[in-house]
Design a protein around this ligand. Sequence first.
Ligand code: COA
Length: 282
Amino acid sequence: MFQKDLLKDKRILITGGGTGLGKASAKRFLDLGATVYICGRREDVLKATERELSEFGGNRIHALVCDVRDAAAVEALIAHIWEEGALDILMNNAAGNFLARTEDLSLGAFQSVIGIVLMGTLHMTLACGRRWLSEKHKAVVLNITTTYTSTGSAYVVPSAVSKAGVQALTRSLAVEWGDRGIRMNAIAPGPIKTEGAFSRLLPRPELEEAAKKKIPLGRFGTMEEFADLAAFLVSDGSGYINGEVVTMDGGEWLQGAGEFTALGRELTEQEWVMMKPKGKRS
Ligand code: COA
C-alpha cells in the first residue's frame, strides 16, 4: 500500500505500544523504515514486544517504561529520548476503559481512566510540543479517540469524557500550533478486535455477533487496517490534513444514528411491497 521508505528517518513514540493497536502500529511503522519508541507501564510486556518486533526493525525498536499519568515520568522519558535526537511523531494511543454503571464508579476509577486517556495525552503532547516549538522542529501528533466523543456513551463515561477532551485538544492545538509546523490529527476507531479492548468491553463471546450487526460492513476492523491509516496520517503524504478526526468504524455510528435504519431492517418483504404506491405493488 505504501512505498517501503515512507517513514524512513522518522522517529516515532507510541504510548501504550506494547499491545493491541499500538503494537500493530509499531510494526507497520518499522516496516516503513521508522525508528520506533514504545512506552507503557509493564516492563515484561514491553520487552517481549521489543524482542518480537526487532525481527522487523532490528535496533530501530526501543521499549521504555512510563506511566503516562505521571507528568514527571513523562518529562523524564521525553528528555531521555531527546538525548538521542528529537522525535518527529507522537502517537497518543495509551488508553484505559471498562464497562460499568456510572453510579457504581469510585473517584479512583474516574481518575484512573481520565489520568491515562486525557492527562496522559496532555502530558505527552506538552512535553514534546514545547521542545518542537522552541527548536522549530516540524512534527506530527496522532491521537486515538473514539466514535462516541460527540454523542457520549452510557456505561463508559470516564472514557467518553476523556476522549471528548482529547478530541478538543486535537482540534485546538491543530490551529494553535499549525502555523509553527505541528500537525495534529486523530483516528476514531470503531470496534477492532484486541485482547485489551474486547476483554473489557465485550465480556461474552456471543455479544460479538450482536455487535457485528450494528456495523454496515458486517465485521470488525482489523489491526492492519488501523495501522495503515495511522501510517498515512503520520506520514508526509497527509501533509495538508490538520485538525481532522478520521472515523474508521465500517459505518457503525452512522447506522446507529440514522432514524429509520433499525426500522427498515425490521420490515418484511411483504411490508416493503405494501409501502410502494398501489399501482407498483408487485
Ligand atoms: N469497574 C469499576 N471500577 C474499576 C474497574 C471496573 N471494571 N476496574 C478498575 N476500577 C477502579 C478500581 O477499583 C480503582 O478505583 P479505587 O482506587 O477507587 O479502588 C481504579 O479503577 C483504578 O484501578 P486499578 O486496578 O488500580 O487500575 P490501574 O489504574 O492499574 O489500571 C485500568 C487502569 C482500570 C483502566 C485498567 O483497566 C487498565 O490497565 N487498562 C488498560 C488497558 C485498557 O483498558 N485497554 C482498553 C482500551 S479500549
